[in-house]
Ligand binder design. Structure first.
Ligand SMILES: Cc1cc2nc3c(=O)[nH]c(=O)nc-3n(C[C@H](O)[C@H](O)[C@H](O)COP(=O)(O)OP(=O)(O)OC[C@H]3O[C@@H](n4cnc5c(N)ncnc54)[C@H](O)[C@@H]3O)c2cc1C
Length: 102
């Protein structure tokens, strides 16, 4: 509200009943990361942007597969961390979040 009022003073008269906030773990292409890392036995499941709650069953399934077999689940095979290093960002053609807008 403080930031909003600094931009739009009229907001100070708005009666806010409820608000929430938190950190959005945005990835640079708006798609999540389910991946092994260069550090042995360190796996990542992050970068879910706005969709981490609703994706939990599928992401958990794919993450368990990755950890148990040390190879990506076929559904999550493109969600590797090193895609940023290799220049293979995932293009969801506007269907996903747009981190460049934040
Ligand atoms: C306001 C808001 C609304 C959202 N609404 C939706 C929605 O409607 N639907 C939806 O699907 N998703 C929504 N999301 C996104 C969803 O909340 C996230 O994608 C999801 O919570 C990510 O889960 P996570 O386990 O990867 O990370 P997190 O839930 O962020 O968990 C990370 C945990 O690591 C802990 N941690 C951090 N650093 C350390 C450290 N150094 N040592 C130990 N622990 C540490 C943190 O305390 C935290 O508990 C929303 C997010 C926000 C902020």
């Amino acid at each position: 509200m403080e930031e909003g009022v600094s931009m739009i003073p009229g907001l100070s008269r708005v009666r806010v009943l409820r608000s929430w906030g938190g950190v959005m773990d945005m990835s640079m292409d708006g798609s999540p990361i389910i991946s092994h890392t260069p550090i042995g036995n360190l796996y990542l499941n992050c970068g879910w942007c706005y969709g981490g709650f609703k994706a939990t069953p599928a992401s958990g399934w794919c993450f368990a597969h990755l950890i148990a077999r040390d190879e990506p689940h076929p559904v999550a095979r493109f969600l590797r961390l090193d895609r940023f290093q290799r220049g293979y960002a995932i293009d969801e053609r506007g269907a996903g979040p747009q981190p460049n807008l934040h």
